[in-house]
Design a protein around this ligand. Structure first.
Ligand code: N2P
Length: 391
């Protein structure tokens, strides 16, 4: 039963569905709203019992809320993927922590990495896909987390702790996870879409209505899977085949996009889109003709992880935010809205059963899912192949 009394402000704030996406276009407006919500937030700064900035945690950390920061400011600068959060989590975090959040978005790992390589930024939080973490570590772009400020780390499912890319969560905590697949309009593309052929060899009737992801690993990895090659291949012959295939269908494509396809699917402008699971479900929330399928050839599974850029101004505040989003109730609010998988099983009983039972969100063990390993020169080779395709 949902209590909505004053005694549990967090629960109170969970009542009622979120109604605005923090997407490409809306994030600036939302940022304005968030600033306003921060001003109207709790003056006291902590709310007991939430497992985030509890008085005990603050005391254990030895001081005021700004402990752990390089700049003594009640500010947190977040850089996350577009369409990857509900519209309530940030205002509620601001209210419970008395920190002001600046929220900015990107739409590909390449954009994020390029930004981080271009010199210091003011960001305290970034959310790369896990397979980029070895690269971030090698380039010395991220720093260890203030785990002492994150008691909710214990909420994480084991598989997100015992990872290859960051065992023990020294540098990262998972945000959400999902798959890439095909979003399609059943009225226009039919009910039978089940193969990557739908987007990598589209029929001429779909001309100008097909989009592919503007993201190196997803484009190259899924095309390799369609061609029956290893999703981690760096063989020149395999990559040449991918380039040839995708270049040959370019006249049929509406374009490459990793953000606008949500609105385009929802508006019925795009009929077939290579896309990420939750994004397609967000389009379906607006247009019931949209469906998502994991192609029969298999696909890539990703985990996007929160990390702190090296030398970030407010790593203490970043830890407070990570701790907040590891709370099952907060995870449930985010996950139910974005329709991606949660790394906190304790959140699942709080999610709508039609999500937790949906094999497209939580795929059964027999689904063919691959994980990209980005080591050595693979990223360069894949980027070169991608550039040949897109340019
Ligand atoms: C959010 C897309 C995130 C998934 N719109 C890509 N890793």
């Amino acid at each position: 039963m949902v209590r909505a009394g004053k005694e549990d402000p967090e629960l109170n704030m969970l009542v009622g569905p979120p109604d605005r996406r923090v997407g490409r276009r809306s994030f600036l407006q939302v940022a304005g709203l968030l600033a306003a919500a921060g001003v109207a937030g709790y003056a006291g700064g902590t709310v007991a019992g939430l497992g985030d900035d509890t008085p005990a945690a603050v005391q254990a950390a030895g001081g005021p809320l700004t402990v752990g920061n390089r700049r003594d400011e009640r500010v947190l600068n977040i850089y996350n993927w577009s369409d990857y959060i509900d519209d309530r989590t940030i205002p509620l975090f601001q209210a419970t922590s008395n920190l002001r959040v600046n929220y900015d978005v990107y739409s590909s790992n390449e954009d994020l990495l390029a930004r981080m390589r271009s010199g210091p930024t003011n960001y305290d939080i970034i959310v790369p896909t896990s397979w980029f973490i070895p690269t971030y570590l090698k380039l010395d772009l991220i720093e260890p987390l203030r785990q002492d400020l994150m008691p909710n780390l214990t909420n994480l499912d084991k598989e997100f702790v015992e990872t290859d890319y960051d065992p023990g969560n020294r540098y990262t905590v998972p945000w959400q996870w999902g798959t890439s697949g095909i979003g399609f309009n059943r009225k226009e593309a039919g009910d039978e879409v089940d193969s990557w052929a739908a987007v990598f060899e589209p029929s001429s009737a779909m001309g100008g209505r097909v989009t592919l992801l503007r993201e190196v690993t997803e484009l190259i990895g899924c095309a390799l899977i369609y061609l029956g090659r290893s999703p981690n291949s760096t063989r020149d012959a395999d990559l040449a085949e991918v380039v040839k295939l995708v270049r040959s269908i370019k006249p049929e494509l509406k374009g490459f996009t990793s953000d606008t396809y949500i609105d385009e699917l929802a508006a019925g402008e795009t009929w077939l889109a290579q896309g990420w699971s939750g994004d397609v479900f967000q389009a379906r929330d607006q247009n019931q003709d949209v469906s998502y399928v994991i192609p029969k050839e298999g696909t890539l599974q990703f985990v996007d992880v929160i990390a702190v850029p090296k030398g970030a101004p407010h790593p203490g505040n970043a830890a407070r935010f990570m701790n907040y989003v590891l709370h099952p109730k907060v995870q449930a609010r985010i996950s139910s809205y974005v329709s991606y998988g949660t790394p906190v099983s304790l959140a699942k009983p709080l999610l709508p059963p039609d999500q937790t039972k949906d094999p497209a969100i939580y795929p059964p063990a027999e689904t063919k899912l691959s994980i990209v390993t980005l080591t050595g020169q693979k990223l360069e080779k894949w980027q070169a192949a991608y550039d040949e395709i897109v340019k």
